[in-house]
Ligand binder design. Structure first.
Ligand code: UD1
Length: 342
């Protein structure tokens, strides 16, 4: 199969999407980007152009569920492959808005598959999540760990994976590389691009960054009574630039692949909430004020990747450590105290 050169990136204005756009432009890919800006900003494209010194390409404001608009993008551009990020991703919100999550994440994915198939585009890199493993217990989890999603967000990703596997089995032209992220954090080292959630952040790293800059008064640590060494929950934090690089390698590899393959993206090492707090304090030069509050509903004690499969398949391994993640995240926060909006 011909190696892809023109890539449609859905959700390209978002956190992982924007960093992946940088990585793809830096490696000579041509981009077409779509985003509905539901949790992102079009400001990000100026930043991507500054960082890469390249033109982003055609950018469309559209919702992936809008079949006509989506089809028009495929009509207009010679797209070779798609990287599909566009989705809702907040676990807590998904429990309050399950229909919205299934509609955007599942119906959005089937709308995209239909448009791809109609336009004879069959190469896809899909953004999945370790949350599909649910509370799978201790120790690094490999891709054979049974999926046991515990919230609508995780279920929506698992349903998409099953749809994609079935589509690949029945329409042999399709090739799908499905990447299950653990916890991508950090920012581009320039300080120009980073994570800029709308409203109060839900996730740990952007919350810690906003405490460090003084936008929030202190971090709430959700539980210190887990059976972990310091009592706080453990996750596998992965630098967003390493995550972006894995997507670029996936695209490089798509043309010599067939069917569907699933890979975990993680470091393979767990860090507790308090370890992240200490590392961020060291990066920012002052301790992060926090107080311990009860556990957050739906949280599990530990989620750590066995990321051996992707390393064996592609030789990819994350290069950045927790100090890099905190340092880069802090640089973005310091340079953009109010995010992209300022
Ligand atoms: C969740 C999802 C993940 C999704 C990610 C991004 C699960 C298992 N994982 O990750 O798939 O991609 O969100 O939305 O559902 N914490 C605090 N205080 C805070 C915020 C977080 O103590 O203010 C703690 C949490 O309790 C958790 C850790 O920090 O132990 C990481 O939380 P977070 O950054 O929200 O990510 P996950 O919940 O692991």
């Amino acid at each position: 199969m011909r190696a892809p050169t023109t890539i449609l990136v859905t959700g390209g204005a978002g956190f992982i999407g924007s960093h992946t756009c940088v990585e793809l432009l830096d490696h000579g890919y041509k981009l077409i980007v779509i985003d509905n800006y539901s949790n992102s900003s079009s400001q990000v494209f100026n930043r991507i152009e500054k960082v890469t010194d390249r033109f982003v390409g055609a950018v469309y404001e559209l919702d992936i569920r809008d079949r006509h608009a989506l089809s028009a993008v495929f009509d207009r551009h010679p797209i070779d492959a798609v990287v599909h990020f566009a989705a809702h991703k907040a676990v807590g919100e998904s429990t309050r808005m399950p229909i919205e999550y299934y509609d955007t994440n599942v119906a959005g994915t089937t709308a995209l598959l239909r448009a791809m198939h109609e336009h004879e585009v069959h190469q896809l890199v899909f953004s999945s999540s370790c949350s599909i493993y649910g509370d799978a217990g201790r120790g690094p989890l490999d891709e054979s760990t049974p999926a046991r999603p515990t919230n609508p967000y995780a279920s929506s990703k698992w349903i998409c994976e099953q749809i994609l596997a079935d589509v690949c089995a029945r329409i042999p032209e399709f090739t799908v590389l499905c990447l299950r992220y653990f916890n991508p954090v950090g920012a581009h080292p320039s300080g120009l691009l980073g994570e800029d959630p709308r409203g109060t952040p839900d996730n740990l790293m952007p919350t810690v960054a906003q405490v460090a800059i003084g936008r929030l008064s202190r971090l709430r640590v959700f539980g210190d009574d887990y059976s972990t060494p310091d009592g706080t929950a453990i996750r596998d934090y992965l630098h967003v630039m390493d995550t972006a690089e894995a997507h670029r390698i996936a695209l490089d590899r798509l043309s010599d692949t067939s069917g569907m393959h699933v890979f975990n993206l993680g470091v393979g090492k767990g860090q507790s909430v308090l370890e992240v707090v200490a590392a961020f304090g060291a990066a920012s030069g002052s301790p992060i004020p926090f107080r311990v509050v009860p556990r957050r509903a739906g949280d599990v004690p530990e989620l750590v990747a066995d990321a051996g499969a992707v390393n064996r398949a592609w030789g990819w391994r994350p290069r950045r450590n927790l100090a890099d993640m905190c340092g880069d995240s802090w640089r973005f926060q310091r340079r953009n105290p109010l995010g992209y909006a300022q």
